[in-house]
Design a protein around this ligand. Sequence first.
Ligand SMILES: Cc1cc2nc3c(=O)[nH]c(=O)nc-3n(C[C@H](O)[C@H](O)[C@H](O)COP(=O)(O)OP(=O)(O)OC[C@H]3O[C@@H](n4cnc5c(N)ncnc54)[C@H](O)[C@@H]3O)c2cc1C
Length: 455
Amino acid sequence: MNCDLLILGAGPGGYTAALEGARAGLRTILVEQGFLGGTCLNWGCIPTKLFLGATQTIPELKAQSRLRIATGEIVVDLPGLQRRKRTLVQATRKSMALRLEQTSVKLVQGVGRLTGPNTVAVESEGTFQEIRFTSLVLAVGSRPAFPPGLVRDGAHILDSTDMLDLEEIPPHLAVVGAGAIGIELGQFFNRLGSTISLIEMAPSVLPAEDPEISGILAWSLKRQGWTIHTSTTVERVATTDEEVQLSLSTGKDVRANKVLVAIGRMPNTAGLGLENTTVNVDRRGWIATDESLQAADGIFAVGDVSGRALLAHAAEDQARYVVRRLLGRTTEPYRSMPVPSCLYGEPEAFRAGKSFRELLKEGDAVKSSRYQLAASPVAQAFGSSHGLIKVFWSNGKVVGITGIGHRTTGLVTLAEVMVNQGWDREHIHEIVVAHPTMDEALKEALLAEQKEISS
Ligand SMILES: Cc1cc2nc3c(=O)[nH]c(=O)nc-3n(C[C@H](O)[C@H](O)[C@H](O)COP(=O)(O)OP(=O)(O)OC[C@H]3O[C@@H](n4cnc5c(N)ncnc54)[C@H](O)[C@@H]3O)c2cc1C
């Protein structure tokens, strides 16, 4: 079989590349070894947000009950929620398959392996077929990583994929890793009644984010009853039928019924046949790409496997760029600005543009302005006014916006537009923001006094 564009992996990156390529008239083949939708649809963004969305009223009602405005308890039917998830995921896979068919993308089910600079062999149930390509997009994604000594057993020591299929609520859940995945899944199980112990090697939760955002998040999680161990590693693990005992570097022990290991991800490059090409991996194992996302002549890598940003919208954006590049519609290098990101749960957090750390590293004169959500009528209405919006400025232009608090993820796109378009203070006066909304908090943060920042 021959094609113009061959894609390995049908997650957000590969699926987007396939649709864009076929729409532009390229003979496109998409190879997937598992389910359409990849990690995002099946074990990532969609199930986690379904779980958090379905239980969002629990922290909202708790906040109102603290204010003595409401009382009551919500009982969640976890097996029922699992059934709903399966229905939603299966229906979405079906509609994706239909869309591929309508767009004339040929879907080949099987495991793809590079056998030369222009050939891939696809194996399915012991049979092989060879596909010759003009251009190849590697969009094979990533999988959970485990630290030495903490081995997944599928019963007690679990990864995020296992956690998303649990039918029973663990009374005590230990979460190793305080990134977005650990915090979102911990929040979901905490809402269902699990006691959470969070163990993080770095000195703060969400270690890649602004220290103030991390601090507010830690405060909120502790208020929800979490025990947080930062600057801590797991030294020893002892498992019985009932529980796991984690001995920590601080000398403390944590006993839990389940342990979620969410310390990061690793690329799906094993067995991909990269040795048959000139594709290189970087020192952490991610596929190395140049400024046009090219890994070798005619071979591109998008999404998680390139290690640039482990987010679904990053994979999609990279895929669109690669197809535009192949079609000659752009000769620009791929964007250097970070993509926006969100943390869901209670509180929510977001970031558009550069982080505090990136800005400090670059050494530019940076100022910041802020707004505390305590004064926001919307945050007050939800009884959840602990949070802030922070804006970073360089040469009078907005270069980064971050925030944490109730429903703040709704600000991320407006923030991204402001950063992307390099807004200055005068631009803010050109828009009218409706009252009362969370957008007002963003506007207030932009108009507040700007102060020099330092480490
Ligand atoms: C718990 C969790 C929550 C998340 N929440 C969010 C979120 O809220 N927002 C967000 O933006 N991101 C989120 N992410 C990250 C997001 O899921 C990933 O960034 C995204 O799925 C990456 O897309 P991708 O196309 O690069 O790879 P993937 O989605 O991993 O897809 C890769 C596909 O390639 C297939 N494949 C692998 N090897 C081969 C081969 N040799 N041949 C054929 N097929 C192959 C795999 O089966 C898979 O289907 C979350 C991730 C997790 C784990």
